[in-house]
Write a protein that binds this ligand. Structure first.
Ligand SMILES: [Zn+2]
Length: 378
């Protein structure tokens, strides 16, 4: 039986940086190496293995543990195999290093740690007595979570069904039933260009946009703070990009910004767009507003009273559901009809950092907790 620690070290050695963050054809790009490695390990351990083509050269690994009897329910274990790159794209990121009860390396906590804990638990389940009689368990090594979530979107599009999805993300071993959505908007102010020596003849689009930015970052942000969600706190807004003007002696005719608006359960992309447009109109500010993200990233709000969710929380010794700020595959799966929670070892504070690490105690704890939950199923 391969330990979670050994699996994780092997996974870190195989770079699986999301291709969106690298030059085309970069040797570190794509999840395939890790998917093929895990496929071999899973097949040796008696799981049924399939590499499902999702995006060209980026298959999703599906490894299934069949129950001893008739299938009555299905659990999906869904970590993602892609990682971010890093400012210092050095080889060092892919050399696992153990120190002080931690394992360092790219993906250690986001989310090769979850993948290792889940796969190791599933191999244990398949190879030992105590396998459920009527529950099928499927491990899905998802792709592209860090960019546009093509893995979970593919599963949903091909109508994959499960009674519970456990999405691997660093939650510090907490069962998470809610997270925020993420909407990107592009706002544009138009003006009229003129000679910089005669600014009164023109209409300065940058000045107009400066008022929009101030209003969003102060008045509108305060307005959001007044309606917090019980698990997620308030929605937030961040103006992250600004572009406008050509040179100092021309009155700029165009200025645009891109904003990141984290959304709460109950909000839709169009309701938020309408709210922002209405807010600015009431302040007498004129600008256009459109979506700036190619895919929808909706909030997650899974019912914590669903029997399987309750059962998983009990195994985790948790009485209250938790929420996290960050968006992940759980939302895509949930909106595609698979009730989903987020769970995994590691803390999101260590994800995407130059010295990413995971606590080996937490990794082992996650493996045991998942195994105990799977063994408790009928
Ligand atoms: Zn992640």
């Amino acid at each position: 039986m391969i330990s979670a620690e050994k699996l994780l070290a092997e996974l870190i050695v195989l770079p699986t940086v999301n291709p969106a963050f690298l030059a085309p054809g970069h040797p570190w790009a794509g999840e395939k190496r890790a998917a093929e490695y895990l496929a071999a390990v899973a097949a040796r351990g008696g799981l049924e293995v399939e590499l499902e083509p999702a995006v060209s050269e980026r298959p999703i690994l599906l490894a299934t543990c069949r129950p001893s009897g008739k299938v009555r329910q299905r659990i999906l274990l869904a970590p993602h195999l892609d990682t971010v790159g890093g400012d210092e794209n050095t080889e060092e990121l892919f050399q696992p290093r153990k120190a002080g009860g931690r394992l360092f390396g790219r993906g250690a906590c986001d989310t090769k740690g979850s993948a290792a804990a889940m796969m190791s638990a599933l191999l244990d389940l398949a190879g030992n007595p105590g396998r459920p009689a009527h529950t099928e368990v499927v491990f899905a090594g998802l792709i592209d979570e860090e960019n546009q979530q093509w893995g979970s979107r593919h599963l949903v599009a091909r109508r994959f069904k499960a009674d519970l999805g456990i999405v691997g993300e660093p939650t510090s071993l907490r069962v998470v039933t809610a997270h925020k959505g993420d909407l990107w908007l592009q706002l544009e102010c138009r003006g009229r260009s003129a000679h910089g020596a005669q600014p009164a003849r023109g209409q300065n689009a940058i000045h107009a946009m400066a008022r929009v930015v101030a209003s969003l970052e102060t008045g509108y942000a305060d307005f959001l703070k007044r309606r917090p969600h019980p698990l997620l706190g308030p929605a937030t807004i961040n103006v992250g990009v600004i572009e406008g003007g050509q040179q100092p002696n021309i009155v700029p005719s165009r200025c645009l910004i891109q904003v990141d608006r984290r959304t709460l359960p109950g909000e839709t992309e169009s309701s938020v767009r309408r709210e922002i447009a209405g807010w600015l109109r009431r302040q007498g500010l004129v600008c256009s507003c459109k979506n700036a993200k190619p895919v929808e990233c909706l909030p997650l709000a899974t019912d914590p009273h669903l029997p399987l969710v309750r059962q998983f929380c009990e195994q985790a010794g948790q009485h209250e559901p938790r929420g996290v700020e960050y968006f992940c595959d759980a939302s895509v799966l949930a909106h595609g009809g698979i009730p989903s929670v987020v769970f995994g070892p590691g803390n999101i504070a260590q994800a995407h950092t130059a010295r990413e690490w995971i606590s080996l105690r937490e990794l082992e704890f996650a493996r045991r907790l998942i195994l105990r939950f799977l063994r408790s199923l009928p």
